[in-house]
Design a protein around this ligand. Structure first.
Ligand code: BGC
Length: 631
């Protein structure tokens, strides 16, 4: 049988095996085809009909064009997955150990894929799993294209990506471009003055002292002396994390190669680490000036001057050159998008210090830059009530450039958990806020069950950032607090590992706060509130609907979400320290009643039970209580 056959041939061939009726059908098809040989529409009458038909068709096209905004409102075709999904951050060391080890691994994460499905989250971001000496727990990479044996293999990661995709979950990896580990072969060769690698890092001469007064994020001079080269190298973080030199085009190309390596293995995007620090000024004779707003926690001025925040960082942060690099990385993602038409996502972790810097970040090739304003607000003021939360939200929405997309973060692996800063009873209030604001939410593992900080002893503590401050102060600075093992159940080690030990202590709250208990409970537990809200968030009004403030006072933060053609919702949450009774019925709600869709579950009676129609004139909310009401 010839490979390419015309339709006619196929119709004819089929008659061979057809029965009576079917043969008639086929023969009539033949007749139609024969008729097509006569000229189409030869008479005046026919031409008139065709003309009128054309006019009607043009009318229909015009009507569709005019109605396009409404049509777009219904099916927003231009919302890529990273705008419609919740991003869930997994800190791999702490998520799930598949092998009885002290540290979590990739197979462990894969075994928990259904957890993400249950939560209704659509994107998983993995903190680094690459080969690393673990001085900064994976943010010091010694091989960008291999997985650390502690976490598994490249094959394990590929399996994870494939299985996640099968469940409609996207995977984004951490990309750590500012620095490598000092164990990376590039750095080893750079020290040895290998001609290709000698300028891969930022080397400068210094007599007996470092080239200038720049201080690293983790404290002390940002310059480290190499005896072999008789030169100093620059490190914005630990001395074991030398900064790459992006003024060398080979470094630029090699890092693009890293992106391609993982894109070829199916990842959907990257969270770019510490991108404010990619470039530093070329002329290192510039010293930084003190930051007048810094309140030093240490006793002497000599000690204070060794702290990162003591200084401004005009010569090492957010330099305009960073944009060129990030645009280049975006172009790499675009290469892949062009090949298969699938959206790839680039997310920046940058230090946004001012409105001007924020505006600038919107112009880079990054799709989104993490917005930490909510977390910062709670940090600064643990009693951050309605107006205080509104101010933090407003910072993100205000002056949002055309086409830019907002986002919100409450927790991550570098900061304390807000449930500990504020109070655990606010867990549902925080999740309600995060999941109903306009913009992409990021959830840090454990946030869905209201995990709290641990307080490791000095001996248990491992984070270099905290250890720098010594035994008296480490607890104020250590990031260990929010990195404790995920609490899956009430078996020993919280179901994190079957082994006898964990790299950081399991929180002693685990018998009370764990996934299994909250899932099995007949009550509306935090995990259930979370998944209900994450599902609700998939509705048009929450995805892209208009956001307008309703009642906002010292306690209450409330707002309306409404997309054209869809139901509108009122979200009202008490972030204050006292109960508040408020009238929501005025502008912009303009309604006396509404139906409860979600409540934060800590209500003592059924006054605000789900599905109940309630009066909006007197809603009484205690601290930590919140409602989503359909208007
Ligand atoms: C990461 C930190 C890490 C640092 C250095 C950050 O911004 O979030 O955990 O220590 O970059 O890579």
């Amino acid at each position: 049988m010839p490979r390419h056959r015309g339709t006619r041939d196929m119709i004819r061939e089929r008659t061979v095996t057809k029965t009576g009726d079917q043969k008639d059908t086929v023969q009539s098809s033949r007749r139609i085809m024969d008729e097509k040989k006569t000229p189409f529409c030869a008479t005046k009458k026919c031409l008139l009909i065709v003309f009128v038909g054309l006019l009607i068709a043009m009318g229909i096209v015009t009507a569709i064009t005019l109605l396009a905004p409404a049509v777009r409102g219904r099916f927003p075709p231009d919302l890529p997955w990273w705008k419609t999904s919740v991003i869930y951050q997994v800190y791999p060391r702490s998520f799930k150990a598949s092998n009885g080890g002290k540290v979590g691994d990739i197979k462990g994460i894969t075994s928990k894929l259904d957890h993400f499905v249950y939560l209704n989250v659509g994107v998983v971001w993995l903190s680094p799993v690459y080969e690393s000496p673990m001085k900064d727990f994976g943010y010091d990479i010694s091989n960008h294209t291999d997985v650390d044996p502690l976490f598994g293999t490249v094959q394990d990661l590929e399996d994870f990506i494939r299985q996640a995709h099968a469940k409609d979950i996207k995977v984004i990896l951490d990309f750590v471009p500012n620095h490598t580990s000092d164990r990376h072969r590039w750095f080893q060769r750079s020290i040895d003055m290998d001609p290709k690698y000698k300028d891969y890092y930022v080397w400068r001469n210094g007599s007996n002292d470092p080239p200038n007064n720049w201080v690293s994020v983790f404290g002390d001079s940002a310059w480290n002396y190499s005896k072999t080269r008789d030169q100093y190298y620059y490190h914005n973080y630990l001395s074991a994390q030398p900064d790459l030199n992006y003024r060398n085009p080979d470094v630029v190309e090699d890092m693009k190669g890293v992106l391609r390596f993982w894109l070829e293995r199916g990842v959907d995007g990257f969270r770019m680490d510490a991108v404010s620090f990619l470039f530093e000024t070329k002329n290192v004779s510039h010293n930084e000036q003190p930051n007048p707003n810094f309140k030093c926690p240490l006793n002497t001025s000599t000690e204070c001057k060794k702290l990162f925040h003591y200084w401004r960082h005009n010569y090492t942060m957010n330099l305009p050159d960073n944009k060129i690099l990030i645009d280049g990385w975006r172009a790499v993602l675009d290469e892949f998008e062009r090949k298969d038409g699938k959206t790839r996502f680039l997310l920046a972790e940058a230090r946004v210090t001012s409105q001007a810097v924020r505006d600038w970040w919107f112009k880079t090739g990054s799709d989104m830059t993490f917005n930490f304003e909510l977390a910062r607000a709670v940090y600064k003021n643990k009693h951050c009530g309605g107006t205080c939360i509104r101010d933090a939200v407003e910072k993100e929405y205000k002056d949002l450039p055309e086409g830019a997309w907002p986002n919100f973060v409450l927790n991550n692996h570098d900061i304390r958990r807000v449930t500990s800063v504020r109070d655990r009873n606010f867990v549902n209030a925080f999740n309600m806020l995060l999941l109903t604001l306009w913009g992409t939410p990021t959830t840090y593992y454990g946030e869905e069950i209201g995990m709290v900080d641990i307080a490791p002893t000095f001996a248990q503590s491992v984070d270099p950032k905290g250890l720098y401050y010594g035994e008296d102060l480490y607890l104020n600075f250590t990031r260990d607090k929010s990195r404790s093992p995920m609490q899956w159940d009430d078996s020993s080690m919280a179901g994190f590992t079957t082994g006898p030990a964990t790299w950081l202590p399991v929180s002693d709250t685990y018998t009370d706060i764990n996934v299994q208990k909250q899932k099995n409970s007949t009550d509306m537990t935090p995990i259930k509130v979370y998944r209900t809200l994450a599902k609700l968030r998939q509705q048009e009004s929450f995805l892209y609907g208009k956001f307008s403030y309703a009642v906002v006072n010292n306690n209450i933060f409330s707002y309306i979400r409404k997309a054209k053609g869809f139901s509108s919702y009122l979200v009202a949450i008490n972030f204050g320290d006292v109960s508040s009774v408020d009238d929501y019925s005025g502008e912009p709600v303009s309604s006396e009643v509404g139906t409860v869709v979600v409540n934060t579950a800590n209500f003592k009676d059924d006054t605000y039970a789900v599905k109940k129609v309630i009066s909006l004139k007197h809603i009484s909310l205690k601290p930590g209580e919140g409602l989503v009401i359909k208007l």
